[in-house]
Design a protein around this ligand. Structure first.
Ligand code: NDP
Length: 346
């Protein structure tokens, strides 16, 4: 606990959801509004957020539906992953200057209960990595491949959304763990090049150029053992067709349907689950927290050795938070999409 009286910032801007999007969100669904900043209550810290995360799952929270996380409330600040620096502490064990990961993003300053703030170790990786490669998306990739899909050396793995935060890591972990073949799909030729030239995928294709089923069959002539699904729809249908007997599917995300108003027609071949005795399992990263220490140790080691590489797309300024989120849905990111609140002077 720090006894020094903190100098509180004059202003704190936070993004609010002001209207529930219908289909694709538009800027008018959001508003950047001022929030008061007060000294932290007993047991809490005041954090100056330095980076916050925008993630595909947040689109679901904009709908008024019951899910595994509560929906965003209208006219209230939105929340989500963020990393920042403690600027005032009324909690034992935290002092100004500490760097923490917490769940009150989408704003400049956050009052965080100590039990919801996790100290981060920037000797392992830079601060924003805790929102991506060493954070929630990284753990999703690690757990979804190794635990949910029961990856075994020699498996041929296909991952969609492969140039994104989760997908890029799935493919690289599969390679490092001895996959026989790693295949990825992404939405631009530049992303496809990144997969084969930097991430070490054996094959990759641009799903916008030709039907996924055709391109996947060409990239995996002997079939696949695992499909890590970030997209759903046509991708899932194609993967079911390419899976071998006893193949496994990790159903991680279905981004192709997050902004549609009509349910997609694909997949139309779920009968293959029976014929090929496939196993398809939905996952939530929150169920896999127990893997966190092993995940951080193993992945930070690969980052240090240069065996695993990652990208971030960093959008500067709180005022561009919604632009970053909308860009993420459109595929403007390569790797983790992050909003930086660092002042120009650092
Ligand atoms: P990404 O970094 O992968 O960003 C989203 C990407 O989705 C975009 O860059 C875009 O890339 C792609 N995309 C958008 N629309 C489509 C479409 N119609 N068809 C195909 N691709 C599309 O995000 P994350 O890595 O954070 O998340 C990836 C997936 O994992 C999401 O579905 C997310 O909901 C899910 N997820 C699930 C978790 C869980 O616990 N179940 C936890 C974390 C994430 P492109 O240019 O290639 O189109």
């Amino acid at each position: 606990m720090s006894d020094a009286t903190p100098v509180l910032p004059a202003a704190n801007r936070a993004w609010h959801l002001v209207r529930r999007p219908e289909g694709w969100p538009v800027p008018e669904d959001f508003a950047l509004r001022e929030l008061p900043v007060t000294a932290p209550a007993e047991g809490a810290v005041l954090v100056r957020n330095r980076y916050f995360s925008v993630d595909p799952y947040m689109r679901g929270r904009m709908n008024d539906v019951k899910s595994y996380v509560p929906p965003f409330r209208l006219d209230q600040p939105m929340d989500g992953g963020a990393v920042g620096e403690v600027v005032a502490s009324a909690a034992d064990g935290f002092a100004p200057g500490d760097l923490v990961l917490h769940g009150l993003g989408w704003r400049e300053y956050a009052e965080v209960r100590a039990e919801h703030a996790a100290r981060v170790d920037t000797s392992l990786a830079p601060l924003p990595a805790y929102l991506g490669v060493l954070g929630m998306p990284g753990l999703t990739a690690y757990a979804g491949l190794l635990e949910v899909a029961s990856f075994q050396p020699g498996d041929a793995v296909f991952v969609s959304g492969a140039a994104g935060a989760v997908g890029g890591q799935v493919g690289q972990i599969a390679r490092l763990k001895g996959a026989s073949r790693v295949i990825g799909s992404a939405g631009s030729d530049e992303k496809v090049r990144l997969l084969t030239e930097e991430y070490g995928f054996d094959a990759a294709f641009n799903y916008k150029k030709a039907p996924v089923a055709e391109q996947l069959a060409a990239a995996a002539p002997d079939g696949i053992d695992i499909y890590f699904d970030n997209v759903g729809g046509e991708h899932l249908e194609a993967a079911l067709a390419s899976l071998k007997v006893h193949g496994r599917v990790t159903v991680c995300g279905m981004i192709a349907r997050y902004n549609v108003t009509e349910p997609p027609s694909a997949p139309r071949n779920l009968d293959l689950l029976i014929r090929k005795r496939l196993r398809m399992e939905g996952m939530l990263v929150a169920d896999h927290q127990a893997l966190q220490p092993r995940f951080v140790a193993e992945v930070s080691g690969w980052i240090r050795s240069g065996e695993l590489t990652y990208r971030e797309t960093v959008v500067e300024g709180v005022e561009h938070g919604v632009d970053a989120f909308l860009g993420l849905l459109r595929g403007e990111n390569t790797g983790k999409m992050i909003v930086s609140l660092e002042s120009p002077e650092g």
